[in-house]
Design a protein around this ligand. Structure first.
Ligand code: HAM
Length: 419
């Protein structure tokens, strides 16, 4: 017996119905905001991912050397690939350029519920604008994509890395000290943050002020902390403008969260995350923000921002909310009552299929009783019973599988009946 590689999954037909349904909904929302779909390869040169993050990231990747000696990696995310694509082929496109994608990603993570080694992302990148309205629209797009799938319980958190870094500077923290603090902030281990700040010799008053901001930020508190820094003040104005625009996009419930640090190393300025609180440890459904990769990839500098939604976690969150996924039904199940009627039965099935009416047919030459039982087990809406008497009148018996009611329908009238 072979086993699934750790951290990967098979998807049953029912899983796939749910996933395709959610994917179709998400695609419609991206398109309704003027985004266009792109696709990039599943593997890229390893360097694409180490360029910004350094060699350290290799431990988290599926990387390999191919038969030609090239160092490659399965993509852990799609922002770097899409930016590589942009620099290579899309720089001349009119701005802003709005791109979205769906794709499987691979991370050498420790698997648990909601965290896999192969998982799927739905995401987008916005190139060529950094106005507050573009960021407000971006956040609202992420929110709309998730809400339109049917999710109810989600929270939007908005942070800013420039402001956070300005606070670090104000506290006189070296780069190494910041690196030590960031994982603690990320995991909301605030007691440990406090102890570490103490060890770094940060004054008691500043410790408390910083912890207060990490836990309950508002614009006023932030402003008072970073008045010394013109760039941070500019980001506070941007943040204020974004927040003021959110109600216009129907986002009334959001939190300012200065403890958002984001994992990938390319963000700067505005960042945001959307959580599904009832998912537990792996509750982060979406992460994104403004970032910089284009100059590093040799392109002309232009603002970029985007986000990615964890597709698998979205499905988990919907299941946790007991969302009633639509179950697609087969319109008709054709049952020839004997072997002699196979040909006519297939002709009927093919006629319906050519009109895009979902039709199946008994392939096991079963009796009517068993065939009807099967039809009901596969959720067929109707059964078309093809019998010799009815065929003499050029008709078949159509049975409603729910009510059990039967009616005689002319063969030529079948497509119209089901349309
Ligand atoms: P990320 O936060 O690393 O951001 O991933 C986005 C989402 O992918 C997460 O919020 C989570 O829902 C899902 N995810 C991440 N790792 C796993 C995993 N091992 N198993 C299941 N789901 C997972 C990015 O990837 C950025 N590229 C987002 C972005 C786009 N930023 C700008 N543009």
């Amino acid at each position: 017996m072979f086993q699934l590689p750790r951290g990967t999954r098979d998807f049953t037909p029912r899983d796939m119905q749910k996933r395709r349904y959610v994917e179709d909904t998400m695609r419609t929302v991206f398109q309704s905001f003027g985004y266009q779909e792109v696709q990039t390869p599943t593997f890229e040169t390893l360097e694409l991912f180490t360029a910004k993050s350094g060699e350290g990231i290799i431990d988290e990747l599926y990387s390999f050397t191919d038969k030609g000696g090239r160092e490659l990696a399965l993509r852990p995310e799609l922002t770097a690939p899409v930016m590589r694509f942009y620099v290579e082929k899309l720089q001349m496109e009119a701005k802003p350029l709005k791109l979205f994608y769906f794709g499987n990603c691979f991370r050498y993570d420790r698997p648990q519920k909601g965290r896999y080694r192969e998982f799927w992302q739905a995401g987008c990148e916005l190139v060529g604008t950094d106005t507050p309205e573009s960021y407000a629209e971006l956040i609202s797009l992420a929110y709309a994509v998730l809400r339109m799938t049917g999710l109810k319980n989600i929270t939007v958190n908005i942070g800013n890395l420039t402001i956070l870094s300005s606070i670090f500077t104000k506290l006189n923290l070296s780069k190494d000290q910041q690196q030590e603090l960031i994982p603690l902030i990320d995991k909301a281990q605030f007691d440990d943050v406090k102890t570490t700040l103490q060890q770094f010799g940060v004054a008691q008053r500043d410790q408390e002020k910083f912890l207060d901001i990490l836990q309950t930020a508002n614009i006023k508190k932030l402003s008072s902390f970073v008045q010394h820094d013109a760039q941070a003040r500019q980001e506070i104005d941007l943040l204020t403008a974004i927040i003021n625009l959110l109600p216009l996009f129907n986002i009334k419930n959001y939190h300012l969260k200065m403890s958002i640090v984001r994992g990938l190393d390319y963000y700067k300025g505005m960042v945001f995350e959307i959580d599904a609180p009832n998912l537990g440890a792996e509750k982060q459904l979406c992460g994104g923000g403004a970032y910089e990769l284009i100059p590093l990839f040799g392109g002309r500098e232009t603002p970029t921002a985007g986000f990615a939604i964890g597709f698998d976690r979205t499905i988990l969150a919907l299941e946790t909310e007991k969302y009633a996924f639509p179950s697609p039904t087969l319109t008709a199940y054709v049952i020839p009552v004997n072997k002699a009627l196979l040909e006519q039965s297939f002709t009927i099935a093919q006629q319906l299929r050519s009109k895009n009416i979902a039709t199946d047919i008994d392939l096991l030459r079963r009796g009517i009783g068993k065939a009807l039982k099967y039809a009901s087990s596969i959720n067929a809406k109707t059964a078309i019973i093809v019998g010799p008497q009815e065929l003499k009148q050029d008709a078949v018996m159509v049975r409603d599988m729910k009510s059990g009611k039967q009616e005689l329908v002319k063969c030529s009238a079948l497509p119209k009946k089901f349309r």
